[in-house]
Design a binder for this molecule. Structure first.
Ligand SMILES: C[S@@+](CC[C@H](N)C(=O)[O-])C[C@H]1O[C@@H](n2cnc3c(N)ncnc32)[C@H](O)[C@@H]1O
Length: 251
């Protein structure tokens, strides 16, 4: 679940250095997704939020180490997807929709990804059996103890007023339809909020490109897919605001 697990080993030490060197008390991730970065950060207060209330319900369920679905059949997946698309999920609890939508969808892409059918996958040396749901579920169970003292909230990133925090943002990427709610995302408004927050906080942004007043502090080519045969690559980058009015330059 979540593409950022692949680059966590590179960007977590960068984020952690900003927290430690500036004696920061509060770390916030307003686009927390699968919580693959925040679970590795050390900070007195860690807050992860996301617009997707089902995902937040799943993370709150998982952090209490409560059981997840043992397996998710195509029938159960279709029932949950139809309920979600029709806006009538009353037959499910929120965490159940999150469980099915996040852990049983192909490439962790919410219901847009479609049911991740288990099966044989070609590898360099032949074939291997992949049960994508089991892999995602096991990953979340392993992750759960590291989620315990994180505060998870469902809200729009724009609702925050923040001072003296380290904030890491991983918004939906431009030109990729990874998440059901990504299509309405306003990027001009997003970068303006990043500028505003950067006056009183240390703000780091994962994106493929950024306006000129942000500088790239790290980049790396990574593979896009969970399938061994899919060799498509993308470049991951981390940006920071680079103007004289930024918190780091004025403090
Ligand atoms: C690229 S994903 C984050 C992935 C995460 N870093 C991970 O490793 O799993 C973007 C997230 O932003 C959320 N999102 C989209 N629009 C949002 C908004 N306006 N406010 C808060 N979250 C939003 C989506 O629900 C999605 O979980």
């Amino acid at each position: 679940m979540g593409s950022k697990s692949r680059i966590a080993k590179y960007i977590v030490p960068i984020i952690q250095r900003y927290i430690d060197e500036n004696n920061i008390d509060t770390y916030i991730e307003p686009f927390v997704g699968g919580a693959n970065i925040i679970d590795k950060i050390n900070c007195n207060i860690r807050i992860g939020s996301d617009l997707n209330k089902y995902l937040i319900a799943l993370l709150n369920h998982a952090k209490r180490e409560l059981p997840l679905y043992e397996s998710v059949s195509k029938e159960l997946y279709d029932k949950a997807r139809t309920a979600f698309n029709n806006g009538n999920t009353s037959e499910f609890e929120d965490w159940q929709i999150g469980n099915i939508g996040f852990l049983a969808s192909y490439n962790g892409r919410w219901f847009d990804g479609g049911w991740a059918k288990p099966g044989y996958e070609k590898t360099k040396n032949g074939q291997r059996y992949r049960d994508y749901y089991r892999e995602s579920k096991d990953n979340l169970l392993i992750q759960a103890p590291n989620l315990k003292d994180i505060i998870f909230n469902s809200c729009d990133y724009n609702e925050y007023e923040l001072f003296g925090c380290v904030i890491y943002c991983d918004p939906p990427y431009v030109n990729t339809k990874q998440y059901a709610n990504a299509t309405k995302f306003n990027y001009d408004e997003f970068w303006n909020t990043m500028r505003f927050w950067s006056q009183d906080n240390i703000v780091l942004v994962s994106e493929q490109s950024a306006p000129e007043d942000f500088k790239c502090i790290w980049e790396q080519e990574v593979s896009r897919s969970i399938k061994a045969t899919d060799k498509s690559k993308s470049t991951e980058k981390l940006f920071i605001y680079n103007c004289e009015d930024s918190y780091l330059k004025t403090k």
